[in-house]
Design a protein around this ligand. Structure first.
Ligand code: CP3
Length: 346
C-alpha cells in the first residue's frame, strides 16, 4: 500500500527539494535504538532479528522516538544486514559481540553460489513493517527507508563481524578482486530491488549508509564503494529522493554532490564550511553533530546546535548527528538536541 499524499509536516522533504523553510528539519541517525529505555525493555523479550522480522514490533520500535520527541522524520527500524541475510548469509546479533556470521564469505566459489533473492519474498516482512508504520504515523511526518552501501555490507560478509579496520575485507578486495566485484554487484542488484520495494510501499526517501567507506583510500573508494553506490542512486533517483551518507568520506563529497543524490550526509570531522564548499550551493546537507557531544550538558547542547545551524544555514540543511546516537546518551540530552532545532529562530 503506497501512500502518496504529503505528510502534514514535510519540512524534511522541503529541505531535500531545496525549498525555503521556516527552520531546518531534524532527526537522529539510529534514533530507534538502544538509548531508549523502552527499546531496551523489548530486548529482553525478543532477539534482535525477530524484532526486525516482526512487522508489528518493527513498526512499534520505529514509533518509539516519535512518541518522545518532536522529530521531523521517522526511520524504519530494521538493520542493514537484513539484505545479506536475504542473500543466504545467516547473520546473528550476538550479545557483547554485535553482528556475527559463522561462515564468512572469503572465496570466489562461495561468492559464485550466492543468489540474488526475490525481495518481495525474502524481505516481504520489511514491506509489511512499512505498511504498519505508515498506519501508525497517520501521515504526520515522512518515513525514511535505508540500506547499507554494498562496500559496507561486504565488510560484514567477509569479516564475519564488526572490526576497527576491516583488514580482511580489504584483503579480499585487493587479492580476489574479481570475486569481490562479483559480490559487490550481487549486493547492489539486491539493494536496488529492495529499495524500489520500499519506495513502492510509501517511504518518502531512502538513505544509503556507507559506514565504512572511510576505511578506503580515495582511489579504492571509487573502485570498491562509490561505483556501486552510484548505480543505486541512478536506479532510484527518479522514484524517490536518495540521501547518501559516508562516514570518513570527506574526499568523496564533490562526487556525491553531482551523483543525483538529493542530500549528502556528513560526519563531525568536517566543518560546515568545508562541507558546503565541497558540495556546492544546490545540494542539501545533513549532519553533523558529534554523537559523543550529546554527553554535554543540555544547555551546552542547545548552544552548539544553534551555532551548527548558523554555520550550515537554515535552507538545504537537515539537522542530524554525524553518525548513530550512542547507546549511553541520556534521553534528556537527545531531547535538548531536538528541542534546540524546533525552537530555533533566525
Ligand atoms: O534509527 C534506527 O535505529 C534505525 C534502525 C537502524 C539499525 N541499524 C538498528 C540497530 C539502522 C539505520 C541501522 C544501520 C546499521 N546497522 C548500520 C549503518 C549505520 C551505522 O550506524 O553505521 C550498521 C553498520 C549496522 C550493523 C549493525 N547493527 C551494528 C554494527 C550493530 C551494533 C552491534 C553492537 O552491539 O554494538 C547493529 C545492531 C543494531 N542495529 C542495534 C539497533 C537498534 C542495536 C541492537 C541491540 O543492541 O539490541
Amino acid at each position: 500500500m503506497a501512500i502518496s499524499t504529503l505528510p502534514h509536516n514535510h519540512l524534511y522533504l522541503q529541505a531535500l527539494r531545496g525549498e525555503t523553510v521556516s527552520r531546518p528539519p531534524v532527526w537522529m541517525m539510529r534514533q530507534a535504538g538502544r538509548f531508549l529505555p523502552e527499546f531496551r525493555a523489548l530486548r529482553d523479550r525478543y532477539d534482535f532479528f525477530t524484532r526486525c522480522q516482526t512487522p508489528e514490533l518493527a513498526a512499534e520500535i520505529t514509533m518509539m522516538p516519535i512518541r518522545r520527541f518532536p522529530l521531523d522524520a521517522a526511520i524504519l527500524f530494521s538493520d542493514i544486514l537484513v539484505v545479506p541475510q536475504a542473500m543466504g548469509m545467516d547473520f546473528e546479533m550476538r550479545d557483547g559481540v554485535g553482528p556475527w556470521l559463522e561462515h564468512p564469505v572469503r572465496s570466489a566459489s562461495r561468492v559464485s553460489e550466492i543468489e540474488i533473492p526475490v525481495v518481495e519474498e525474502s524481505l516481504g516482512y520489511v514491506a509489511k513493517a512499512i505498511d504498519h508504520t505508515l498506519e501508525l504515523l497517520e501521515n504526520r511526518i515522512p518515513l525514511i527507508g535505508f540500506a547499507g552501501s554494498p562496500w559496507t555490507i561486504l565488510c560484514y560478509c567477509v569479516e564475519g563481524k564488526g572490526s576497527k579496520s576491516f583488514d580482511l575485507a580489504k584483503k579480499f578486495c585487493f587479492t580476489e578482486s574479481d570475486a569481490a566485484h562479483q559480490l559487490l554487484q550481487k549486493i547492489t542488484d539486491t539493494t536496488i530491488s529492495y529499495l524500489k520495494m520500499k519506495a513502492r510501499h510509501g517511504v518518502s526517501a531512502v538513505q544509503i549508509f556507507d559506514s565504512w567507506g572511510g576505511m578506503l583510500s580515495p582511489e579504492d573508494y571509487q573502485e570498491f564503494s562509490w561505483k556501486y553506490i552510484q548505480q543505486i542512486i541512478l536506479a532510484l533517483q527518479e522514484i524517490v529522493p536518495v540521501v547518501v551518507f559516508g562516514k570518513g568520506c570527506w574526499y568523496a563529497l564533490p562526487k556525491m554532490a553531482t551523483s543525483g543524490a538529493a542530500a549528502v550526509g556528513v560526519d563531525w570531522t568536517v566543518s560546515p564550511e568545508f562541507a558546503r564548499q565541497s558540495v556546492g550551493k544546490e545540494v542539501c546537507l545533513q549532519g553533523n553533530f558529534d554523537p559523543a557531544r550529546l554527553h554535554s550538558r543540555p544547555e551546552d547542547i542547545q548552544k552548539m546546535v544553534q551555532e551548527m545551524i548558523r554555520r550550515f544555514g537554515k535552507d538545504r540543511y537537515i539537522v542530524n548527528l554525524g553518525h548513530g546516537i550512542l547507546p549511553n546518551i541520556p534521553v534528556e540530552n537527545a531531547e535538548a538536541f531536538v528541542q534546540a532545532v524546533v525552537e530555533w529562530e533566525e
